[in-house]
Design a protein around this ligand. Structure first.
Ligand code: ASN
Ligand code: ZN
Length: 333
């Protein structure tokens, strides 16, 4: 600990009670973390432009877990950036989104009834709405990891946000968003292969997306087809999400942390998983070493095979599982 660096306590809407990195300026605490690239969190207070106002207060205790307390969503967002920062740093040695030690900031309470969250390269920041009725903020951990990963993708492969490369871009954000959940391992937000399962974006308790069988959302693709690149990138992402699930957990039915999954495959090709940590390591190496702005699903498979060779060897179980997982979503054979 050094001058000005503090550890605060917060209660988020989704994370529950956590410690967050803060700082002390004079006698005022700030929601700003010098230990993670000075990342900070601001209040847009229903506005839709500008940097927002840095969260500050006289005590280092933030939020109460309710969405009406404006600090609660900020605690979730701030904690989400912390865990994403720590995941990339401690897993891959990546020092922030650009690997330059600079933290991205978060803006919460964007607009009114805004049911989305987004990353913006130009402000190097992410933004969260308060959801339907302004009572369902979008500040879940896997959403924070998803949005920050858009920054990582922009600064590495640079996958163009349309067609198959756009689906792969979205899938990369879903993959690492969920990896952040596994890394943080919070009991109030159990790690899973679902995206946005706590934010109740559909109003009926269902998640935004499912990686085991993406078509469960009613729109996403389970497998590659020649027209999959015509879908919205949040639906063509299903091909990549399904491949990641299969590479991690394998095909068929499974219960993990109390959640039931079922992952049928293209042509019933059986897949044996290698675990999400190895699957993510192969994905990350492909993203940062082999993929380019125009990488489609066939190229994604090729890049991951090269990455698997680098990490585990040419005839490794991990290489073979990567080949089979992509074949099982109709990419290569
Ligand atoms: N939440 C969405 C996403 O990160 C926003 C968008 O459509 N770009 O993909
Ligand atoms: Zn996205």
């Amino acid at each position: 600990k050094w001058e000005g660096v503090e550890t605060g306590t917060g209660t988020g809407v989704f994370v529950g009670n956590v410690t967050i990195g803060t700082s002390l300026s004079g006698s005022t605490y700030q929601m700003k973390d010098p230990t993670r690239g000075n990342m900070y969190t601001t209040n847009l207070n229903n506005g839709t432009s500008g940097n927002g106002t840095l969260f500050t207060k006289a005590t280092d205790t933030w939020g109460d877990g309710t969405a009406t307390n404006k600090e609660s969503a900020a605690v979730d967002a701030h904690f989400g950036v912390s865990m994403t920062w720590d995941y990339y740093k401690n897993t891959y040695g990546r020092n922030g989104i650009r690997n330059d030690g600079v933290g991205a900031y978060s803006r919460v309470h964007y607009g009114s009834n805004y049911v989305n969250a987004f990353w913006d390269d130009s402000c190097f920041c992410m933004t969260y709405g308060d959801g339907s009725g302004n009572t369902h903020p979008l500040t879940e951990l896997d959403v924070a990891g998803h949005e920050m990963t858009h920054g990582v993708t922009s600064n590495t492969a640079g996958l163009i946000y349309s067609g198959e490369s756009g689906g792969l871009n979205e899938s990369t954000s879903d993959v690492f968003g969920n990896m952040v959940e596994w890394y943080a391992n919070i009991s109030k937000d159990n790690p899973d292969y679902l995206v946005g399962e706590l934010i109740d974006i559909n109003g009926n308790g269902t998640p935004l997306r499912y990686m085991d069988q993406p078509s469960k959302d009613g729109a996403s693709a389970d497998n590659w087809s020649s027209t999959v690149g015509n879908k919205d990138v949040h639906y063509s992402s299903g091909v990549g999400n399904h491949a990641f699930y299969l590479l991690s957990e394998g095909s068929g039915a499974k219960v993990i942390n109390g959640v039931s999954y079922n992952s049928p495959t293209f042509n019933n090709i059986p897949v044996t998983g290698i675990g999400h940590d190895k699957a993510a390591a192969i994905w990350f190496r492909a993203l940062t070493t082999y993929w380019t702005s125009t990488t489609n699903y066939a190229n994604a498979r090729a890049g991951m095979l090269s990455a698997a060779t680098d990490l585990y060897g040419a005839n490794s179980a991990e290489y073979n599982a990567t080949a089979t997982a992509w074949a099982a979503v109709n990419v290569g054979s």
